[in-house]
Design a protein around this ligand. Sequence first.
Ligand SMILES: [Zn+2]
Length: 241
Amino acid sequence: MPQASNFLLRRLAPASLARVAPHLSLVDLVAAEVLAEPHQRIERVYFPHSGIISCIVELSDGAAIETGMVGDDGVLGASQALDDKVSLNLVTVQIAGRASVMPSEKLRLLAAELPDFKALLIRYEQFFLAQVQQTAACNAVHDIDARTCKWLSRMHDLAGPDLLLTQELFARMMGVRRTSVTTVAGALQAAGLISYSRGRLHIIDIEQIRKRACECDDAVRSHFRRMFEELETATHKVRCA
Ligand SMILES: [Zn+2]
């Protein structure tokens, strides 16, 4: 069952999943596909099973930087659907994969009927906001070597050790020049931590990558753990009351 590979769908109570699943359909996430333009309504909500979706802020001078990633740990577009809001960022597929999708209108109706579904969606959006805030601080303060390792660690968490990634995309996500990416990737390759050839990046030593990452790597992971542990405790209390 494809739902089993998305963290949020997997955590739904069986009765709620039985209500939600008939409205999900499976789609391919195609690399570089644009899922939403800034200020555009998101018509479909995405629950990825694999691959990575990126939220990107573009500036008027052509520069861009990634502010958040969604993979099989989350959902894209739920808060906009619940609140009938538009996308604030450009949203693209960074790493190809598959996702279950649901029309935004249907998600809004189901969330109104299923409190556990709504609670999961809101909890993920709180985590996503925490991730964006951490990324803002990281981009302002931490150096490119540590940021790159943090970014690779998060990519590894979501998509595993083999990543199809051009240097252009790498630079765009990090908000740096391509020459900086060449230097950083070259140093990681020389240290035996990654191999990188013709747009294929393979993470050889994730433990060393994590040691070189800034504190934001652990901070984002612990935000995620804490938020869903709290939700679990709250749900357990309601069930036992
Ligand atoms: Zn950082």
